[in-house]
Design a protein around this ligand. Structure first.
Ligand code: ADP
Length: 255
């Protein structure tokens, strides 16, 4: 009974912590939006070059801070069991194209090639949470581009398994970037973890993206993982379950 009591106390404490984080993050977001909004307005007024550069720095810092707050909010929401997935009809190929087009400019600026391939066997008309799927693929693609200096980044979707009602799709994002050592691979899906401390200095980031992606994928009934070789590149993969949209039957008109 004592063990049971201790477990309940621990679970209650986790819930209180998550609710506290969710509330605090929410309260922090409102003034941050004010700061960013006002700096945009300020940038539209006559400023000296020096003043403009100061305001741009404030804006950049504000945006970084807001991303961090949003990530912490998201993590605590998932931990508190408050995040519910949507169940919407969507076209998988459109979602994949949306993700790729977000990165076209950034990839071109770095001289990287990006390609997308949805294999022919993958059904298009699915039901699930396309926004959360996009969030995970965006995290994988964003990292792939960030940690690759030359070569290419590929996003692929394969049919892993199929039943009459649903499918499991496997997504893979492969890059030809810096790679991740075996030691570091194991810990990357934990919150606030980066491959090594030099990453933050060189590339920025918070180490929350993969932790959030893992939790979202688990909510979608899937798994995440990676394969990597230092200096050669990395493949991040995930699977997710979706329902198939019911096929419209043609109306039978009696003669
Ligand atoms: P962030 O990118 O904000 O640091 P993530 O959780 O998305 O947070 O990634 C955590 C860490 O995993 C990164 O800081 C980096 O060290 C490593 N990482 C992720 N994707 C790649 C990749 N494609 N190639 C090399 N390292 C990666």
């Amino acid at each position: 009974r004592q063990l049971d009591q201790a477990l309940q106390q621990a679970q209650a404490a986790t819930r209180v912590k998550s609710t506290f984080l969710a509330t605090v993050s929410h309260e922090l977001r409102t003034p941050m939006n004010g700061v960013i909004g006002m700096t945009s307005l300020l940038l539209d007024t006559p400023l000296s070059d020096e003043q403009r550069s100061f305001v741009q720095t404030i804006q950049q810092c504000g945006e970084t801070q807001l991303t961090l707050i949003n990530d912490v909010l998201e993590c605590s929401k998932i931990e508190a069991g408050k995040l519910e997935l949507e169940c919407l009809d969507f076209q998988l190929r459109t979602t994949v194209e949306d993700v790729l087009s977000q990165f076209a400019e950034r990839a071109q600026a770095k001289g990287l090639e990006i390609t997308g391939l949805v294999h022919a066997a993958v059904p298009n008309a699915l039901r699930g949470d396309p926004a959360r799927l996009r969030q995970v693929l965006t995290n994988f693609m964003g990292n792939a581009i960030k940690f690759t200096e030359r070569g290419e980044v590929t996003l692929q979707a394969f049919l892993e398994s199929e039943t009459p009602e649903g499918v499991v799709i496997r997504f893979e994002v492969t890059d030809t970037g810096i790679g991740i050592s075996d030691d570091n691979q194991a810990k990357l899906f934990q919150p606030f973890t980066q491959a090594d401390s030099s990453t933050t200095r060189k590339y920025g980031g918070t180490g929350l993206g993969l932790a959030i992606s893992k939790q979202l994928i688990e909510l979608m009934g899937g798994q995440v993982g990676l394969k990597s070789r230092v200096g050669h590149g990395t493949t991040f993969w995930c699977t997710a379950k979706f329902t198939k949209q019911p096929v419209c039957q043609p109306a039978i008109i009696p003669n």
